[in-house]
Design a protein around this ligand. Sequence first.
Ligand code: HEM
Length: 354
Amino acid sequence: MARAAATRDWETFSSAGGIQVMTEVEDTDRFQIRSMIATDPPKHTRLRSLVNRGFTPRAVAKAEASVRLRAREIVDAIAPKGEVEFVSEVSSVLPVAIICDMVGVPEPDRPRMLDLTNRLLGGGDQEYGGNKESIARAGAELREYGLWLAKSRLAEPKDDMATTLVHAEIDGDALPPEDLGPFILLLIAAGNETTRTAISHGLLTLTEFPDERRRWLEDLDGRAVTAAEEIVRWATPVMHMRRTVTRDTEFAGVRMRKGDKIAMWYIAANRDEKQFTDPYRFDVTREPNEQGAFGTGGAHFCLGAHLARRELIVMLTELLRRLPDIHVSGKPEKLRSNFIHGIKRMPASFTPVR
Ligand code: HEM
């Protein structure tokens, strides 16, 4: 598939120069937050193999019960209210809880993780810092936290990913601190910011397309998989990933020079009329739906795609089952970013249930 060629050809389109349009090639090293998402094979392959097993469909199926339990707790907490601020009370709560459970972040530290990942991934927005230096500060804090967490597992191992990573070896050597801290940073940041955005857009989209909501409600569980996939396409929570060109090349008729930054705009790919029939139609039964919001294939394809889909399905079906008329009741406040398609705050209303 032509649109996937750049993500598959890592030798020409490298991730090592950074993955956001706004960062410069030297920033990843300057900010010391080079995680596997900003490395190329073979190093990337070795790092990813350390955590791959935790995110397979089987591992995610095992986590299903705890995802459902958390989702039900969230719905229980809001059900009597009738009105909520959806992002802080619903969409941000589940992803941070699940990824922190998996990595091993203690409960009291989770609000701080949310704050730091807001500042790291949404840092272009004034409210979260507004410049590259504030992004670097958030990255440094998260990296240090990751390192501290991993080291505390050396003294007291637990059944979590921080323990796996601190005991991991690559070619007989333990992971050095410059890999360990950023690794945990990546899991926490990638695991919560994106899925939250998908859940928020889920409610927004269902509010904007009431007929599609009705179609989904007719067969809530039966249509959940296609509805969630369509929400991910529609939302495209990560709008782009960047690569750096390593040698002069031509791509789709465009000449590119060594050192050029290029962006893959998933938000555009997901409205590509060559790929999708009637791409501007939101359709909860769309099939096939080869959407590219988790990446378009290749080494860096989203590690958490199965987990994200599960969280989205469980959260939205639990909500719609208990509060079927929940809808967005005011203007969403959008994140100022060309990277994350974020929603900062969004009021929602529904008939209260006691
Ligand atoms: C709807 C939610 C999500 C979206 C839209 C999303 C999107 C993406 C995208 C576009 C990439 C880059 C793909 C590429 O460069 O080819 C990526 C990578 C990644 N994602 Fe996700 N993601 C989501 C949820 C998650 C979750 C829940 C986790 C859990 C930890 C996660 C962990 C990662 C990691 C670790 C990478 C880097 C993989 C690598 O470099 O090998 N993501 N994601």
